[in-house]
Every structure is written in structure tokens, then in C-alpha cells.
Write a protein that binds this ligand. Structure first.
Ligand code: MN
Length: 153
């Protein structure tokens, strides 16, 4: 059997051999986010229990405000921005590494004058994210009004 080990070559901070996909195919609550799945979706990677993805948020964009049971890790790879992480709103710089614990509300923002790109490593099989249904639910998820006013839903 052929050894399935491989290298996906980057050019100019992107991967010409991979498809750039929409962030999500359903729903709203996000703006200007693209996604590459580097590993963990293809047939020859069936032994992987995790996925390695790269997301890029255009200047002024943001990811979904969400929470879920599975934890994940994020490493900022490009640019800078901010995020809601539980009850905090924090600024992020390239190579900052973030652990998002189970059921922690989170949302990434490219709100500092440039795009922000990040790697996200997550379980291959995982629960679907939950998003707040309305403003009342958002207020339960994020009690602090100063943090809540940063949220985009
Ligand atoms: Mn998430």
C-alpha cells in the first residue's frame, strides 16, 4: 500500500491544492469568513480523529457566536483581531494560542483593520454548535453588557 503521508504546500499563505470553502453553508450570524480543511475529511485520512482547518475572516468580518460540548484549540496564524471567550472580550495577535473549553461561548472578530486567519484543531466527530435564538438568550449566555455589546448575531 502506498504511504498516505503527505505535505500540502502553501503559497502566499494559502493552499493552491485545496478548495477554499464557505465558512458555513447554512445560517447567518457571520460575515466574510472562508474555510480550508487541511486534514481530517478525506478518505486517505480516515485514521485521524481530529480535523485541522484554516479560517480567514476578512477585515470587519466575524465568525458565528456559538457554543458546543466539544472543546477546540485555535492558533492565530495571520493578522490580528479580537474574540469573545466566555465572559471576556480579548485582543488577539498572530501565534496566540487559545483553548476553548466545552460550552464556552466564542466569536472571532477581524476588527483591528486587517484580516485575521487562524488554524482550528477540532474533533472529527463532534456535536453541532448552538447559536443564541434571540437577544434574551444572548443575555443569558453573556451576562456582562460590555462584552455582550461586542457580540454579532
Ligand atoms: Mn466553535
Amino acid at each position: 500500500m502506498k504511504n498516505p503521508s503527505k505535505i500540502i504546500r502553501a503559497e502566499n499563505l494559502t493552499w493552491p491544492g485545496l478548495a477554499r470553502k464557505d465558512y458555513k453553508t447554512d445560517g447567518s450570524g457571520f460575515r466574510d469568513v472562508s474555510r480550508y480543511v487541511l486534514f481530517g475529511e478525506r478518505e486517505d485520512e480516515s485514521g485521524l480523529n481530529m480535523q485541522t482547518r484554516y479560517f480567514e475572516i476578512g477585515e470587519g468580518g466575524y465568525s458565528s457566536l456559538e457554543r458546543h460540548r466539544h472543546p477546540h484549540t485555535v492558533v492565530i496564524a495571520k493578522g490580528r483581531g479580537s474574540m469573545i471567550l466566555g465572559d471576556r472580550f480579548v485582543q488577539l495577535e498572530a501565534m496566540d494560542a487559545i483553548y476553548i473549553a466545552p460550552e464556552t461561548v466564542h466569536q472571532f472578530h477581524a476588527d483591528r483593520g486587517e484580516p485575521m486567519g487562524f488554524l482550528c484543531i477540532v474533533d472529527r466527530y463532534r456535536d453541532r454548535p448552538e447559536i443564541p435564538k434571540n437577544e434574551a438568550e444572548l443575555a443569558e449566555w453573556i451576562p456582562d453588557p460590555d462584552v455582550r455589546k461586542k457580540a454579532r448575531i
